[in-house]
Design a protein around this ligand. Structure first.
Ligand SMILES: NC(=O)c1ccc[n+]([C@@H]2O[C@H](COP(=O)([O-])OP(=O)(O)OC[C@H]3O[C@@H](n4cnc5c(N)ncnc54)[C@H](OP(=O)(O)O)[C@@H]3O)[C@@H](O)[C@H]2O)c1
Length: 255
């Protein structure tokens, strides 16, 4: 039997309890990683993720932490390290969005979105990097969004705070790739519309408009994002760092 890609590796997926994060947890477990499933407020959903990991023949643990808090994120790493040692593979996926009109956006909403999506990414990477550098191995994928590459032409009236946070994640990941190589590779994945709890309340009319502009002719599945994330973490992507890869069915294309 061939050795699994991530056998003996420890992975942390923030926001692993639902949606895209859950699919990434399962994908990394299938590749042999021990997976730390982070969640904020949904222990039952996180437990379901762990069941799916176990069903794949994998193993992992549940770790509650609000990643917008540096202290809580640090305590989560302490707990993972006590159980498993250094985190080798990190996916910063925890995120929130507001689909309110930009006109209704206020300073509180702005601060909340930036604190989870951007500060949470910073806290997770910053706490991981010293040990990754010390062991001269670390692989990081930050989940951004197509809204971090360009503002939506279809939803022009929304997502200012969200898009700003996701642009900043791309910039942060690029800078980290420069600062932390060669030991650590850092890349971004920028998904388009993916069917998860985050997007389930979108109107059918809006969904149809987005699909009509998408060459692939469909919305994305969490597994679409998980496959790309797996690839970027794997040795097959050993010469890839500081990059942003879009998985949007062609809705957004990079030069
Ligand atoms: N769905 C899309 O169309 C789409 C497109 C582009 C990018 N993305 C990005 O992909 C990522 C995952 O999105 P999704 O659609 O899977 O969202 P989702 O279904 O709403 O799940 C969000 C996940 O993030 C966790 N989370 C939220 N706030 C947190 C915090 N402060 N600390 C720790 N965990 C927190 C949630 O944990 P609990 O279960 O405990 O609440 C949950 O596991 C996000 O960064 C999102 O911006 C999504």
């Amino acid at each position: 039997m061939t050795q699994k890609e991530f056998a003996g590796r420890t992975a942390l997926v923030t926001g692993g309890s639902r949606g895209i994060g859950r699919a990434i947890c399962v994908r990394l477990a299938r590749a042999g990683a021990w997976v730390a499933v982070n969640y904020a407020a949904n222990p039952d959903a996180a437990a379901e993720t762990l069941e799916l990991i176990t069903a794949e023949g994998g193993s992992g643990g549940l770790f509650q932490a609000d990643v917008s808090s540096f202290e809580a994120t640090g305590a989560m790493y302490d707990a993972i390290e006590a159980e498993r040692g250094t985190v080798d593979l990190l996916v910063t996926n925890a995120g929130i969005a507001s689909f309110d009109d930009n006109a209704d956006m206020n300073a509180d909403v702005w601060r909340q979105i930036l604190s989870v999506n951007l500060d949470g990414t910073f806290h997770s990477v910053w706490r991981a990097k010293e040990r990754m550098l010390a062991q001269e191995y670390g692989r990081i994928v930050c989940i951004s969004s197509i809204n971090g590459i360009a503002p939506s032409r279809i939803r022009r009236d929304r997502l200012i705070a969200y898009g700003t946070s996701k642009s900043a994640v791309i910039s942060f990941a690029r800078s980290c790739a420069m600062a932390l190589g060669p030991a650590i590779r850092v890349n971004c994945v920028a998904p388009g519309l993916i069917d998860t709890d985050m997007t389930k309340d979108m109107s059918e009319e809006m969904r149809e408009r987005i699909i009509a502009s998408t060459p692939a002719g469909r919305t994305g599945k969490p597994e679409d994002v998980a496959e790309l994330t797996y690839f970027l973490l794997s040795d097959a992507a050993d010469f890839v760092t500081g990059q942003t890869y879009v998985t949007s069915g062609g809705l957004v294309t990079l030069p």
